[in-house]
Design a binder for this molecule. Structure first.
Ligand code: C2O
Ligand code: CU
Ligand code: CU
Length: 535
């Protein structure tokens, strides 16, 4: 086991290495950028009465039952609809949901077994479903203009399915390649990929951030024999945990500073929130600062940061102030080669970690707080584990997976540079990639199926950068070694202010039009997305 203690290996921001790129992209104040606070976004203040922490039991999203499992595929049906949920105790909150719950139902799948999910759109707006981290053919990847129109909009789609011009949203852009459907769409997922926890969420052009905020997110597990053979904690000792922040108005409604609250016209958020929308309530699986009863055994935590813009640095603290190690066994795209031990662990929007935590050695009755070191006041708490009984301890394996791709930079056919920074877009503030806002009609990168490439990414402020279709390895950060939490196969990398990083991947799987973008969802909606064409 590689052992790393928290921040001790964290290096100074890679300003040296970043400077060259910053200069060429017209940024000069690299040092000033590096001193910016580590959060991105502005925090809404709830006016609803907020509950005390660690009272609400942590829900575990229910696993969806397939409607059929014959003909080589598991078929599911999900209705996207409005539902009034009790998120804060005793308070009703209208939300947009997958199947009436937040998070949506969890889908359990096996590597290589096809899953077909038919989504029915009963919401008042068009939607698009993307399976984040899925190796999915382009036609089913949830491209932002491949809209599923609600019944009231169906006159916009021609001939029951293939509209020549999908409306791309508030900018009046049209996308000739969009495939628009009426009311429903069957998404097919081959899931020919390593076991891991994926998540599905809305991905509509210009309105992804508010749609996720209103509740359109759910978890999706891929299992395989490699994972099963390790005999890791399972059943009630494996806990899916979608962490997300929200804010609530006095009447229980979700607060969100959308310019157009109907989410049909002008996209974007009010001036103060351009850097991202933060809530002051931390939810785990839709419950505020919950508590979960555990035994003295080892638990497997499958954590997703499903927040729009909030970064967390997780730390498990016992009542005596002792920190429990978070033993990382997996990253966004599955198991690591060997466990990595963390005292605390940063997690950016859309990142996932697969962690083991051992409550052995704690007396029954003790409490362990999962804290957020980047939070202040109530956002410094996430949830609490309450140790209520004895449990069997389990060994933590030394070796995990031996199938991680080991790409070498000498194999790369090309090295590409991308700058992620603020700029102007349609006369307003925007977030740009190489100076340009997203345009579905422009191909930004063309790559050949099977090619290995190195991408050098540089950020002005915090940007979690996500590639569709592929997993990648982190080669360097700030011109130095990757950080301990960069281990394994990733699909989202968190660039810190002023920081550069190099990633390497092979573009294999499927040809077609894919995306890469910042997963600060407000940045994504305000331009920070680009097209990747695999030919
Ligand atoms: Cu979480 Cu483009 O995706
Ligand atoms: Cu994705
Ligand atoms: Cu960003």
């Amino acid at each position: 086991m590689r052992e790393h203690r928290g921040m001790t290996r964290r290096r100074a921001l890679g300003i040296g290495g970043a400077l060259g790129l910053l200069a060429t992209t017209g940024l000069s104040a690299a040092a000033a950028l590096a001193r910016r606070p580590s959060f991105t976004g502005a925090q809404l203040r709830s006016t609803a009465a907020l509950p005390p922490p660690f009272q609400t039991p942590m829900p575990v999203p229910s696993v969806l039952r397939p409607v059929s499992t014959s003909e080589g595929a598991d078929r599911y049906e999900i209705t996207q609809r409005e539902a009034t949920l009790q998120v804060l105790p005793g308070i009703s909150t209208p939300m947009w949901t997958y199947g009436g719950t937040f998070p949506g139902p969890t889908i359990e799948s096996r590597r290589g077994r096809k899953v077909i999910v038919t989504h029915h759109n009963e919401l008042p707006v068009p939607t698009v479903v993307h399976l984040h981290g899925g190796r999915t053919p382009a036609a089913h990847d949830g491209y932002p203009t491949d809209l599923v129109l609600p019944a009231a909009w169906s006159h916009l789609a021609l001939h029951g399915g293939h509209a020549g011009h999908g409306s791309a949203g508030g900018h009046g852009m049209t996308d000739a390649r969009a495939v628009v459907t009426n009311r429903q769409r069957a998404y097919e997922f081959p899931l020919d990929q390593r076991a891991t926890m994926l998540w599905y969420h809305d991905h509509r052009m210009d309105f992804t951030a508010p749609a996720i905020w209103r509740g359109l997110a759910g978890l999706h597990f891929v299992r395989d024999d490699v994972d099963d053979a390790l005999d890791l904690p399972r059943g009630d000792h494996e806990l899916p945990m979608m962490i997300a922040d929200r804010a609530f108005d006095a009447d229980g409604r979700l607060a969100y500073p959308a310019l157009d609250p109907t989410l049909t016209g002008q996209p974007g958020v009010t001036e103060a929130y351009l850097a991202g929308v933060l809530g002051d309530v931390i939810l785990v699986n839709g419950a505020p600062w919950p508590v979960h009863e555990v035994d003295t055994g080892v638990y497997r935590l499958r954590i997703l940061n499903g927040s729009n813009a909030r970064h967390y640095e997780l730390e498990a603290v016992a009542e005596n102030g002792r920190t429990l190690p978070l033993v990382q066994i997996g990253a966004d795209q599955g198991l690591l080669a060997a466990p990595v031990r963390h005292e605390h662990l940063p997690i950016a929007p859309a990142e996932r970690y697969d962690l083991l935590i051992d409550f052995g050695g704690l007396p029954v009755g003790s409490r362990v707080r999962l804290a957020n070191r980047l939070g202040t006041g109530r956002t410094a708490d996430v949830m609490q584990f309450h140790v209520v009984r004895h449990g069997a301890s389990a060994p933590i394996p030394d070796r995990l997976a031996d199938d991680l791709p080991e790409w070498d930079r000498s194999q790369a056919t090309v090295i590409r540079d991308f700058a992620f920074r603020a700029g102007r877009m349609n006369g307003r503030h925007g977030w740009l990639i190489d100076g340009q806002p997203f345009d579905p009609a422009r191909t930004d990168v063309t790559t050949r199926l099977g090619d290995i490439e190195v991408w050098r990414l540089i950020a002005d402020v915090h940007h979690p950068i996500h590639l569709h279709l592929v997993g990648f390895r982190v080669l360097s950060r700030g011109g130095a070694e990757p950080l301990p939490h960069d281990a394994g196969l990733k699909d989202t990398i968190s660039l810190r202010p002023g920081e550069s990083a190099e990633i390497i991947t092979r573009f294999d799987g499927y040809r077609g039009r894919y995306l890469f973008h910042c997963h600060n969802a407000e940045h994504e909606d305000m331009g920070m997305m680009a097209n990747l064409e695999i030919v």
